[in-house]
Design a protein around this ligand. Structure first.
Ligand code: PLP
Length: 449
């Protein structure tokens, strides 16, 4: 029997994160070097390392008997809890009717792109999940490169928008931002919102990292600034370290009743509803409680501590530039100053740079620029600084919170040694690159030779 795959599916590629996942799994079990049993320094995966808060785990167990289908939009208790959560943390007044629960924000963003007609404006660098969706849906799209500070500017947005002649334009704004860790402040958002109002641009504001903003008081939701034109997506995946639960939500803008009706149709057609026990567990996650509050504070403090260490250590490497993140658990490292040497060694794309770093003896996994919607020969890469045992680190941090600079360094080196050693390995790699590129005239050798 020969099966014929639909052309629409043939035309898309496996999303980069899943490609990378498969590659690393294969590499892990099969390093070709005979004496090597070491896995890799994992700077590639965007997953919070902490345990799921125990209140959520307990609620999941208690609700394991809930076998009935849930309402399409989400169970009322959960939408009520999400509404209160948004008031408490983001000062948003959102009626539960404006909230739709789905199996992760990735799916909800896809659903939004399905129902919203129009050209998509995608700021770059970008999270690797958006572009495959845009391509799959065959939407028109335009990139909007960020400025040197990692943020898009309102002027650039306006300039681009004036060139687009579509009835509707959709800006995907990710704040705090994956992969750079930058956070748009109120003024940035006001300037962007002014252009959106003037140009009739709808915003999908992906705020999945909101709770990881290191200085949390600095986080402002776009729904606060531009309530009539913003869809906010958020969920359990990053703030509650529960990506595997697959639970996200979208807040619809004010006065979008007809659109909400259409959206419900899409959800009912595609997945009926999110798993009922998971929704009950999520109620515990979004409820305002001292346990969850302490969890948010501790995890964001640890992310900040390791962010500062990673950023500083990378900047100590001659030729490497890293922009200090203000949220998430990523930063963008710029290796472009090694471009000449890398090209001499035929490492002429960021993909090849990731491949050269993962093999023996470096064993270091990063996400290269072409997976972040950058040019193929742009040697910037995303560094996720989460390769440590989150449960142990959380406990040690609570038992003895490091205060001074040297205590902080000691803490990271003691409890997140793979982060510290992985950075050293990046340094060793570029030392070898420089040395081998200098030797290039003596013969064609590659950095892994
Ligand atoms: C920017 C961004 N948006 C959305 C997602 C997906 O989140 P979810 O697990 O809710 O689908 C991720 C996950 O890595 C992300 O980094």
């Amino acid at each position: 029997m020969k099966f014929v795959v639909d052309q629409q599916v043939e035309d898309i590629e496996l999303p980069e994160n899943l490609k990378l996942n498969t590659f690393l799994q294969e590499f892990h079990s099969d390093c070709p070097h005979p004496e090597c049993s070491f896995g890799y320094y994992g700077f590639a995966f965007g997953q919070s390392p902490f345990p799921v808060p125990s209140a959520i785990q307990k609620a999941l167990i208690e609700n394991a008997d809930k076998g009935a289908y849930a309402p399409v939009q989400g169970i009322p208790e959960l939408r009520e809890a999400i509404s209160k959560y948004n008031k408490h943390y983001f000062d948003l007044d959102i009626a539960p009717e404006r909230i739709y629960v789905g199996p992760g924000t990735k799916e909800l963003i896809f659903n939004l792109l399905e129902i919203l007609h129009g050209t998509v404006i995608l700021p770059t660098p970008a999270w690797l999940g958006y572009l495959p969706q845009i391509r799959f849906l065959k939407k028109n799209y335009h990139m909007l490169p960020a400025r040197a500070n990692g943020k898009i500017s309102a002027q650039d947005l306006k300039k681009l928008s004036l060139r687009l002649h579509d009835r509707q334009k959709i800006l995907i704004l990710n704040n705090p931002h994956n992969p750079t860790g930058v956070v748009y402040d109120r003024l940035d958002l006001e300037e962007i919102a002014d252009v959106c109002k003037e140009q009739g641009i709808t915003v999908i504001s992906d705020e999945i990292y909101a709770q990881t903003t290191f200085n949390f008081s600095k986080f402002v939701s776009m729904a606060k600034i531009y309530p009539e034109g913003t869809f906010v997506t958020n969920g359990l995946s990053k703030s509650h370290a529960a990506g595997g639960y697959r639970l996200g939500y979208v807040i619809f803008p004010q006065h979008a009743l007809e659109l909400r009706r259409q959206f419900k149709k899409i959800l009912a057609t595609e997945y009926t509803a999110v798993s009922t026990p998971i929704q009950h567990a999520a109620v515990a996650g979004f409820k305002i409680s001292s346990e969850i509050e302490e969890y948010f504070q501790t995890t964001r403090n640890i992310h900040q501590l390791i962010a500062e260490y990673t950023c500083h250590a990378l900047n100590q490497i001659d030729g490497v530039k890293a922009v200090k993140p203000e949220g998430t658990f990523y930063l963008l490292a710029d290796f472009n100053s090694f471009a000449t040497e890398l090209q001499k060694l035929r490492i002429d794309t960021s993909q090849k740079l990731s491949e050269a770093l993962i093999v023996h003896p470096y064993h270091t996994a990063i996400v290269g620029g072409d997976s972040l919607v950058l040019e193929r020969n742009d040697y910037r890469a995303r560094i996720a600084y989460v390769d440590y045992n989150g449960k142990d680190v959380y406990e040690h941090y609570q038992n003895k919170t490091p205060k001074t600079n040297s205590e902080k360094i000691e803490f990271v080196e003691m409890y997140a040694p793979k982060v510290a050693c992985g950075i050293k390995m990046i340094e060793r790699f570029f030392d070898d690159v420089k040395r081998k590129a200098a030797c290039e005239e003596f013969g064609k050798i590659s950095v892994n030779a």
